[in-house]
Design a protein around this ligand. Structure first.
Ligand code: GLA
Length: 715
C-alpha cells in the first residue's frame, strides 16, 4: 500500500499480511523529520531521508540506498520522480525479452502500473506490480522511458525497493562455491548496509539472487518472512540497509557496478522482475509459495507437469574418454535395468579430448563418434532409450575453427590480453550475428538425429567485458545485453524444438535462478553428487526453487568430489528428491548396485508425482545439526505423504529419534504402507511424532549414511 503525498512523492505505507482496508495513510509518520517539503526553504532533505519511499532516486537528500540513478544530458545525477498517473488491470504483462512469471486462468492476477516522471531530465519510470490471486506473491518490475529530446543514461535501474518500518530482521541468503552451492546463512541485520551480489556475468556459485528478511523468532513453521528472488541470470544486487531511524530499506535488481544504459529519445528499458513472497508461517510456507508459483506460473513447456525420463549421463562415467562403442555399451546395460535416456556429455564435438579445445565447433568429432551421430542415436533408440546431448553454446576455445575464423567474436577489450578460464573465452552474445551462427550449428546437430534432451552448460565467468561491436557509449550495456542474448537463443531453441527437454547447468549450479527456470524446467543442482553433501545443497536450493527442478543423479563411489562412500540406496533416496538419474559407468559398478537399479527406479516412479506436485516440508536441518536429516512431501489433498530420513552420523547409545511429521490433516487417520492395520491420526503424527529407530548396516556396524523412507496413506 502506498500514498501519493505532498508534491507527488510516492510514499510506501504498508507491506505485510493481507488487511481489509483501502487506506492506511495514517501510518505515515513524519515524526523523525517534522518538515514537509512544501517549499524549498523548509527542510526537504530531512523529509527525503526519512520518508519510506516506493522507488527512491538519487540526489535529493535521501541518503539511503537509491533504486535509480541517471546521468542526464548535462552529466548530472540528480533525479526526482513524481507521481503522474496509475492504472489497474486484470492479468499480467510479459516483459519484453526477459523471463518473467505469468498469470494463468487457474492462478489469476491483477496488475498495477504507476507512472512517475522527472520533469527535468525527461525520464519516466513506470512501476509495475502484479498480485497473484491465490498466492501471497507480488512481482515487481520497472519500465523506463526517455520522453525528452536529449539522451539520458540510466546508471542504476533496480527493480524493487521496500522500506520496512523496523530493523528487527534476520537476513537469510544462499551462498557457497563450486560443488557446495546455496548453503543457507542467517544473520541478524545491523546498522549500515549488508548485501549479496554477483558481478561475474551469471547469478553465480557464490551468491544466489535470493534474500529473505524474517522476524528473529521465525523458523520453518512460524513467524513472518519477506522473501525476494530475482528473475534474472546475470549480475545482481540485493541489499538491506538499516537506517539511522532503525528502519530497513531493501533493494534488489541488476548490479549497478559497471552498468549503464543509454536511452535516446523515446527509447525504453525494462528492469527484470523481482518476486516478493510473504509468509506468516515461517520459512516452510515461504518455500511452498515459491514452489507453487514457479511450478504453475514460471516453468513452461511439455515437461512442465510431466515426469522426466530417467537418464544416464556419461560425464562421471567416462569424462572425455569415450567413443560410440562405449556409449552403446552403457546404453545397452542401462536399458536392461529400466533407464530411459542416454545423455552424451562434453567431448563429442570438434576435436575435444580435454577441456582445452573446440568450444564453438559444434560439429561431430568423427574419430570419437565413429559411424556418426545419427548412427549412435539410432542404436540408442533401438534399445528403447531416448538420446540427449551436451552443449556449451556461449563459449569459444582459442583452439577452435570458430576462433580462427572469428577472434573478434570473443568478449574482449581490444589491445588487452584475454583472460582464460577453463581454457576458454566467452562469445559476444550481444551480437545477433554471433548468436545466429552458433544456433545454425546447433540446429544442424539437432536436425541430424533424434535428439530429445539438451544440457546447456556455461562454465566460466566474464572478464575484460568489452564488445568489438558496441559503440563507446554503450560498452557498459554489454553485461546485460549478454544475458538478453542468452535469453534470446534459449527462447528460439525452446520455440523451435518444443519436444526437447532442456536442462540448464553452469559448472554445476552457478545459474540456478528463476530466469533459467523460465526456459528449462530443470537445472543441474551441483557438480557435487555425493549424497551427503547433496542434503545441504538440495535443502538450500529448496528455499525458493521447487524439487521438480533440481537435477539430481545417483553417482558412483567413492564419490568423485569428496571421496565418500555411501550406500547405493541412500544415493537413490537423495536423488529421488530431484529429477533423478544416473551418472556412473553402469557396466562397471558393483553387481550388487546394478541389481538394485530396477527396484530403485520402481521406487522413484512410485513417488515422483508426489515429489513433483506435492508440498515440500523440511524437517531436519544439516546446517544446524549435521548428524541427521529428514523431509517430507505431502500431496495437495493430504491423502498421501512421503517421509524420508537419512542417518548421517550414527552415534553410540542413541537408538532412536522422535520426529514430528508435518503437513498432514490433523483429524484424518493415516497408516504407514507396511503396517496397514495401525492407524494413527494426523494430529498424533504431527504433535507427538514417530520414533525412527537407528538404522544399522547389515553387518551389524553403525549405519552411517543409511536412509529410510516411510509412505503414509490416509484411511
Ligand atoms: C560442467 C558440468 C558438468 C559437466 C562438465 C563438462 O562442469 O557441471 O556436469 O557437464 O561441465 O565439461
Amino acid at each position: 500500500m502506498f500514498k501519493v503525498c505532498e508534491e507527488g512523492y510516492l510514499a510506501h505505507v504498508y507491506y505485510g499480511k493481507k488487511v481489509c482496508d483501502d487506506d492506511l495513510g495514517y501510518l505515515l509518520r513524519f515524526d523523525e523529520s517534522p518538515y514537509t517539503p512544501a517549499t524549498n526553504d523548509r527542510d526537504r532533505a530531512s523529509f527525503m531521508d526519512s520518508t519510506p519511499f516506493e522507488y527512491p532516486c538519487f540526489g535529493l537528500g535521501d541518503y539511503r540506498e537509491s533504486a535509480m540513478m541517471i546521468m542526464d544530458a548535462q552529466g548530472m545525477s540528480t533525479c526526482d520522480l513524481r507521481y503522474v498517473s496509475h492504472k489497474i488491470y486484470d492479468g499480467k504483462p510479459a516483459l519484453e525479452g526477459l523471463p518473467a512469471t505469468f498469470a494463468t486462468e487457474k492462478s489469476g492476477a491483477q496488475t498495477l502500473e504507476v507512472t512517475m516522471r522527472d520533469e527535468h531530465a525527461h525520464i519516466e519510470a513506470t512501476l509495475i506490480y502484479t498480485a497473484f490471486d491465490k498466492l501471497d506473491v507480488i512481482t515487481r518490475s520497472v519500465r523506463f522511458k526517455n520522453y525528452g529530446d536529449s539522451p539520458v543514461k540510466l546508471t542504476r535501474a533496480l527493480s524493487c525497493c521496500v522500506d520496512f518500518d523496523t530493523h528487527e530482521f534476520d537476513m537469510i541468503t544462499l551462498n557457497g562455491s563450486w560443488a557446495r552451492e546455496r548453503a543457507v546463512e542467517r544473520c541478524r541485520l545491523h546498522h549500515a548496509k549488508q548485501l549479496v551480489d554477483s558481478c561475474k556475468g551469471e547469478s553465480s556459485h557464490q551468491n544466489n539472487p535470493f534474500v529473505a528478511l524474517c522476524e528473529h523468532k521465525a523458523d520453518e513453521d512460524s513467524g513472518e518472512v519477506f522473501a525476494f528472488n530475482f528473475v534474472y541470470s546475470g549480475n545482481f544486487y540485493a541489499q538491506a540497509e538499516v537506517t539511522q531511524h532503525k528502519k530497513t530499506r531493501f533493494v534488489m535488481g541488476i548490479n549497478p557496478l559497471d552498468f549503464q544504459w543509454l536511452l535516446e529519445k523515446d527509447e525504453t528499458f525494462t528492469a527484470p522482475e523481482v518476486v516478493m513472497v510473504h509468509s506468516d508461517e515461517g520459512l516452510g510456507k515461504m518455500s511452498r509459495t515459491f514452489h507453487d508459483l514457479y511450478r504453475e506460473n514460471l516453468i513452461r513447456g511439455e515437461y512442465k507437469d510431466k515426469r522426466r525420463p530417467i537418464l544416464i549421463n556419461n560425464w562421471e562415467a567416462t569424462y572425455f574418454n569415450f567413443n560410440t562403442e562405449k556409449l552403446i555399451d552403457i546404453a545397452r546395460e542401462a536399458s536392461k535395468l529400466g533407464i530411459e535416456m542416454l545423455v552424451m556429455d562434453d567431448g563429442w564435438f570438434g576435436h575435444r579430448d580435454s577441456d582445452n579445445s573446440s568450444l564453438g565447433d559444434w560439429f561431430v568429432y568423427e574419430k570419437k563418434i565413429d559411424g556418426g551421430l545419427k548412427h549412435l542415436v539410432d542404436e540408442v533408440n533401438k534399445l528403447g532409450m531416448k538420446f540427449g546431448i551436451w552443449f556449451e553454446p556461449e563459449m569459444i576455445s582459442p583452439d577452435s575453427e570458430l576462433y580462427k575464423a572469428h577472434p573478434e567474436w570473443a568478449i574482449q577489450v581490444k589491445g588487452r590480453p584475454l583472460t582464460l578460464c577453463r581454457e576458454q573465452y566467452v562469445l559476444d552474445y550481444s551480437q545477433k550475428e554471433v548468436r545466429d551462427y552458433v544456433y545454425s550449428m546447433m540446429r544442424n546437430i539437432l536436425d541430424s538425429a533424434n535428439i530429445e534432451y539438451i544440457k546447456w552448460d556455461m562454465n566460466r565467468q566474464l572478464t575484460e567485458v568489452g564488445s568489438n561491436f558496441l559503440p563507446k557509449e554503450r560498452q557498459r550495456e554489454l553485461w546485460h545485453r549478454y544475458v538478453l542474448g542468452v535469453y534470446d537463443l534459449m527462447n528460439r531453441l525452446t520455440t523451435d524444438y518444443p519436444h526437447i527437454l532442456l536442462e540448464n547447468c553452469s559448472g554445476g549450479g552457478a545459474r540456478f535462478d528463476p530466469g533459467m527456470l523460465y526456459y528449462s524446467p530443470q537445472i543441474w543442482c551441483s557438480d557435487d553428487t555425493d549424497a551427503i553433501e547433496r542434503l545441504k545443497i538440495q535443502h538450500g536450493t529448496s528455499m525458493c526453487y521447487p524439487c521438480s527442478a533440481m537435477g539430481a543423479h545417483v553417482s558412483d563411489c567413492p564419490n568423485h568430489t569428496v571421496g565418500r562412500n555411501t550406500p547405493f540406496k541412500t544415493r537413490g533416496h537423495v536423488a529421488m528428491v530431484g529429477t533423478f538419474g544416473y551418472e556412473l559407468d553402469i557396466t562397471k559398478i558393483p553387481q550388487e548396485d546394478r541389481d538394485a537399479v530396477p527396484g530403485q527406479i520402481e521406487e522413484f516412479k512410485k513417488y515422483n508425482a508426489l515429489v513433483r506436485t506435492g508440498d515440500h516440508y523440511r524437517i531436519g536441518n544439516m546446517f544446524e545439526d549435521n548428524t541427521w536429516d529428514a523431509w517430507m512431501f505431502v500431496s495437495k489433498d493430504k491423502g498421501e505423504a512421503l517421509f524420508e530420513f537419512v542417518q548421517v552420523m550414527a552415534r553410540p547409545n542413541e537408538r532412536s529419534r522422535r520426529i514430528k511429521l508435518k503437513g498432514l490433516e490433523p483429524e484424518a487417520y493415516y497408516y504407514e504402507e507396511s503396517e496397514p492395520d495401525k492407524l494413527i491420526s494426523g494430529s498424533a503424527l504431527m504433535n507427538a511424532g514417530i520414533n525412527v529407530a537407528k538404522i544399522w548396516n547389515g553387518d551389524g556396524l553403525y549405519g552411517d549414511y543409511a536412509s529410510k523412507i516411510l509412505h503414509y496413506i490416509k484411511k
